[in-house]
Design a protein around this ligand. Structure first.
Ligand code: 3HC
Length: 295
């Protein structure tokens, strides 16, 4: 089986920085690439903050934090990924941008390098087909917040070679995660079930079933979910959720995957959840309050 020693992560946003953190924490030399210095700095600062918090809570030693940080190599140059055995893409959920990235990577990396995508909804088959190595391509779908959530969906498509899948599955396990094997069905396992649930919560609110905090409270206290569907939507990002609905609806043509009008309007207005300070809730005060957009 292919041995993974050096890992590349492309994209240092919410998902990419989390993936880079767990990769470095597991002992891999990890190159983190972003397109802009500001985004790179923000991603690295986020990792540092999470590790510092773990040290303060005495869940991590200061020496382990420092060695994890030392294994992280931030860069703006794609060429710095040339020696990686595995490159994980965690950029924006846009097919054209991902095709362009993997095209460039194909010209840089060795033929044996495994390419993986953290896409939550695009087709792994379609991404792999455009690369120079469809048999060395796999989906590695992490969950937010990456350092906390134990699941990784490892997605194989018709072109994926056994060795590629096994190496990616073993890699996810070596991060301390619990991988599951998924076929290349849009939304894989989790988003196929989770996305209609979040959209149904928005539809329930649109139909006047209950207030946003009460729907959240219902699911938290009635089902033991750690957060209700609106809090979760704000946490995942309403832009991300909106993009996923478009891709899932295109694939399945089922109304349950279509964006409710409210989600589309919030997306268009820039109410993207925690990342923009406002979504279903407004996060500008000490405690979140229902956002003026949905009052
Ligand atoms: N980064 C790193 N660590 C974090 C974190 C973050 N962003 N947020 C919380 N944590 C850690 C805390 O430090 C704490 O660690 P400790 O137990 O070692 O002290 C632990 O998580 C619990 O945190 P808190 O006590 O502050 O708060 P909660 O008990 O509310 O837990 C939560 C926070 C883990 C985010 C929990 O609310 C939860 O499980 N929420 C649901 C998350 C979820 O469903 N994620 C999946 C989203 S879907 C997805 O990602 C797919 C995509 O394709 C859309």
């Amino acid at each position: 089986m292919t041995e993974i020693r050096k890992v590349g992560v492309v994209g240092a946003g919410l998902m990419g920085s989390g993936i880079a953190q767990v990769s470095a924490a597991a002992g891999y030399d990890t190159i983190v690439r972003e397109v802009e210095q500001g985004l790179l700095d923000r991603g690295m600062a986020g990792i540092r903050k999470t590790l510092d918090r773990a040290v303060q809570k005495e869940k991590l030693g200061a020496a382990d934090r420092d060695s994890t940080m030392a294994r992280l190599h931030p860069t703006l140059e794609l060429a710095d990924l040339v020696e990686c055995d595995l490159v994980i893409e965690a950029i924006t959920e846009n097919l054209g941008a991902k095709h362009a990235l993997f095209g460039e990577l194909g010209g840089l990396c060795a033929a044996e390098t495994i390419f993986a995508s953290n896409t939550s909804s695009l087709s792994i088959t379609e991404l792999a087909a455009e690369t120079d190595r469809p048999e060395r391509f796999v989906g590695l779908h992490f969950f937010s917040p990456v350092p906390v959530m134990p699941l990784v969906e490892v997605v194989r498509c018709g072109q994926t070679a056994d060795d590629t899948f096994e190496a990616a599955f073993a890699f996810a396990g070596s991060l301390g995660k619990s991988p599951i094997a998924c076929g290349d069905n849009t939304g894989f396992v989790v988003n196929r079930l989770l996305v209609p649930y979040m959209l149904d919560a928005i539809r329930a609110y649109e139909s006047g079933v209950a207030s946003i905090p009460d729907i959240d409270k219902g699911l938290r206290l009635g089902c033991g979910y750690p957060m209700g569907p609106f809090t979760l939507g704000d946490f995942v990002g309403l832009d991300t959720l909106y993009h996923i609905t478009g891709i899932m609806y295109d694939e399945y043509k089922e109304a349950r995957f279509a964006s409710p009008p409210l989600l589309r309007r919030m997306y268009l207005a820039g109410y993207h959840g925690r990342k923009t300070g406002k979504g279903f809730y407004d996060y500008s005060g000490d405690e979140p309050v229902v956002s003026s957009f949905v009052l």
